[in-house]
Write a new protein. Structure first.
Length: 149
C-alpha cells in the first residue's frame, strides 16, 4: 500500500509516517520504479504500537529499543521489564504531582487566610516563610496546612 492509504488506515499524516521511517521505527520500505513507497500491512500494526506506546508515555527512543525487527518476535522478558519500569516511573510521577498539589494547596490557603490589614510586603514574607526551603526535602501536609503564626 502507498503512504496515503497507510496514513488513512493509521490515522497519521504522511509526514509523521516518513518521520517514523527516518527515525528507524518502521522498517525501510520498498520503492517502486516511480519512487513511491510501498508499505506492507505490518506497517499499520507497527504504527498502532508506536502511537499506543507514545500515549502510554514512552519516548521514541524507548519504543525503538522495544520494537522487534519483525512483528511477532518480541523479547518477552525485556518487554515486561520495560513495561514494569514505566509503571514504576508513572507511580513516582504521580507521587511527585500529589506532593506538588499539596504544597500548592497549602500556599493557596496561606494566601486566602491572610490577616486583614497585613501589608502586601508582610504577606509576601508570610507566604514565602511557609514554603519548604529545600527542594530535596519532601513537604509535609502539616508544615503547609498548619503554618506558624
Amino acid at each position: 500500500m502507498r503512504i496515503g492509504e497507510l496514513a488513512e488506515r493509521s490515522g497519521l499524516t504522511a509526514s509523521r509516517i516518513r518521520f517514523y521511517e527516518a527515525s528507524g521505527l518502521i522498517n525501510a520500505v520498498e520503492r517502486n520504479a516511480n519512487g513511491y513507497r510501498e508499505y506492507t500491512t505490518d506497517a499499520v500494526v507497527t504504527l498502532d504500537i508506536i502511537t499506543g506506546a507514545q500515549k502510554a508515555g514512552f519516548s521514541l527512543q524507548e519504543i525503538r529499543s522495544l520494537l522487534p525487527t519483525k512483528l511477532g518476535t518480541w523479547q518477552e522478558d525485556k518487554l515486561l521489564n520495560v513495561l514494569k519500569k514505566k509503571v514504576a516511573d508513572i507511580e513516582a510521577l504521580r507521587e511527585r504531582l500529589a506532593q506538588s498539589k499539596t504544597q500548592l494547596l497549602g500556599i493557596i490557603e496561606t494566601i486566602e487566610t491572610s490577616p486583614e490589614g497585613l501589608s502586601c510586603d508582610d504577606n509576601k514574607k508570610r507566604v514565602l516563610n511557609r514554603i519548604p526551603k529545600h527542594r530535596t526535602q519532601r513537604p509535609t501536609t502539616r508544615a503547609i496546612a498548619s503554618p506558624k503564626p
